[in-house]
Design a binder for this molecule. Structure first.
Ligand SMILES: [Zn+2]
Length: 225
């Protein structure tokens, strides 16, 4: 399992430097180069990295074979519109792209899942759908995301989580606490999370909110060996 940060790539300007998001105004060749570098560092084939076209929904795609013309290797490939991935295959890294949203890895025996969790996905139940894939409660690892220090939201967002205790301080919402409460309520006891806020750390992370949308994407990946 890996959560990337923005260091170590070739992109410039607001995308400096390991931008993995092709749907940004970054130079496409730089993004492709960054993706190849990441795959090489992980010792995997770019062709075997599974990803989707994220729509802030709750659909999870089961990969029963490695991707063909995967969108990670080929920027022009057609992607399924999903926000989560799961597989029982070995050597198929599941990837989500984020820039404030939370990448969540679920690891069970013989199965992994990677979920793109923003407030919309969490409200739509993507975590609960992910947990249904596992016979036993999996281990959960919550990647770096925007913290309650920087994530002011409107009433329409807060109301989605008003059944949860202590996840917001006024209008400042913690995606991490939302996820942790949802996981605990469903029997997940092994939960790890990163204390770093993507918005507070421009040296380490891309942040959609901080950079007003002009920013790159970091990734969460998980795979079975
Ligand atoms: Zn912050």
């Amino acid at each position: 399992m890996v959560f990337t940060d923005r260091r170590g790539g070739v992109s410039r300007g607001p995308y400096e430097s390991l931008n993995l998001g092709i749907l940004t105004d970054d130079d496409q060749e730089s993004v492709s180069q960054n993706r190849r570098q990441l795959a090489a560092a992980l010792g995997c084939d770019t062709e075997r990295v599974a990803m989707g076209w994220q729509v802030h929904g709750h659909e999870i795609l089961e990969w029963r074979e490695p991707p063909r013309n995967g969108g990670f290797a080929d920027a022009g490939a057609e992607l399924r519109k999903v926000d989560g991935h799961t597989t029982t295959l070995t050597g198929v890294p599941l990837l989500v792209l984020v820039a404030d949203c939370m990448p969540v890895a679920l690891v069970g025996s013989g199965r992994v899942a990677m979920l793109h969790c923003g407030w919309r996905g969490l409200a739509a139940g993507i975590l609960e759908k992910g947990l249904e894939l596992f016979d036993e409660p999996p281990r959960a690892v919550l990647g770096p995301c925007i913290g309650a220090c920087c994530y002011e939201v409107g009433e329409e967002v807060l109301v989605e989580f008003d059944d949860l205790q202590g996840v917001a301080n006024g209008r400042m919402l913690s995606l991490s606490l939302v996820a942790q409460q949802k996981l605990l309520a469903r029997g997940v006891t092994k939960i790890e999370s990163f204390p770093l806020c993507t918005s507070c750390r421009p040296d380490l992370f891309f942040s959609h909110r901080r950079d007003d949308g002009v920013t790159g994407r970091q990734a969460g990946l998980v795979w079975l060996t």
